[in-house]
Design a protein. Structure first.
Ligand SMILES: [Zn+2]
Length: 65
């Protein structure tokens, strides 16, 4: 479980869109989206403890002879 860098408690990572959404610039419509992964409590960075980092497990095939 990640830890919130703002309050130091366990948190969950949530995606928040910091974009401004729909906008119009000189008559041209656009959509601004800036998704960011933040903690659900403070919208701050999440810190993963080193021993909980996802590890790629190498697939080791047992050799039967
Ligand atoms: Zn927090």
């Amino acid at each position: 479980m990640p830890i919130c860098s703002a309050c130091g408690r366990d948190c969950q990572e949530v995606t928040v869109d910091f974009g401004i959404g729909h906008y119009e610039y000189w008559g041209a419509p656009g959509y601004d989206t800036r998704p960011a992964l933040v903690s659900n409590c403070c919208e701050a960075d999440c810190v993963w403890p080193e021993d909980e980092e996802p590890v790629d497990e190498e697939e080791v095939e047992p050799e039967w002879q």
